[in-house]
Design a protein around this ligand. Structure first.
Ligand SMILES: *[C@@H]1O[C@H](CO)[C@@H](O)[C@H](O)[C@H]1NC(C)=O
Length: 217
């Protein structure tokens, strides 16, 4: 009994420490490791440019005031990654996200990052859902100047159900947050129709109808 309790404590301590899992990006071992885009060496992150060659521009990005012109045809959002070579190995990523009126950023999650988003313009309905079995929805209608936070790995979405364009600045707590779009994960890949039908408690015909919209055209 005592031994079992001790084991449980040890397991909880191990879980809480954040080591041994993939919960957080590793800590940097130097002031900076500016990404060397030309290097073919693969490390955990991109390999570092010679520190003597690092300049202020390596920590700079211009153009976050303009939305990316490439818009998701399906969903009407656009996302501009703020590319800063000096952020390599720093465990962060930033993006400007724009949503036209009526547009969504559909339900998705980032396996390796928590997220906060600041509304720069417009308003947006933003929410996340806690894990099974609660599946509890936490959501807010955000306006200019509001910030909302999404815990790591939880499914979240954005919906511009207003009449003006919305712009957000999103901060993610990993250099490589990962993106799992739930609908794509289910319907764009090669999962067998009968498995999907059973999963969704429906029939193969319904699954085929949905899947037709997800096939690359
Ligand atoms: C957007 O949707 C949310 C949640 O349903 C709702 O509370 C809000 O009033 C809606 N906003 C508009 C402008 O309809």
């Amino acid at each position: 009994m005592a031994a079992a309790a001790l084991l449980l404590v040890a397991a909880l301590v191990a879980l809480g420490s954040g080591h041994g899992g993939e919960a957080f990006d590793p800590n940097p071992l130097q002031d900076f490791c500016v990404a060397d885009a030309t290097s073919k060496v693969r490390v955990n992150g991109l390999s570092c440019k010679d520190p003597a060659a690092v300049v202020s521009d390596d920590f700079f990005f211009a153009g976050a005031d303009k939305l990316r012109d490439e818009v998701s045809e399906r969903y009407g959002f656009s996302a501009l990654t703020v590319q800063i070579p000096g952020l390599n190995t720093q465990g962060q990523r930033y993006a400007r996200v724009d949503l036209a009126p009526g547009a969504i950023f559909p339900p998705h999650y980032h396996p390796r990052a928590a997220e906060t988003a600041l509304v720069l313009e417009g308003s947006v309905y933003f929410g996340f859902v806690s894990s099974y079995p609660d599946n509890k929805l936490f959501s807010k209608v955000l306006h200019k100047g509001d910030v909302f936070a999404v815990p790591q790995g939880l499914m979240h979405f954005l919906y511009n159900n207003g009449t003006a364009p919305a712009t957000l600045y999103a901060s993610l707590s990993s250099q490589n947050p990962g993106l799992v779009l739930l609908a794509d994960a289910l319907f764009a890949g090669a999962l067998p129709d009968d498995l999907l039908a059973k999963t969704l408690l429906t029939d193969k015909h319904t699954v085929d109808n949905i899947r037709a919209n997800f096939r690359p055209s």
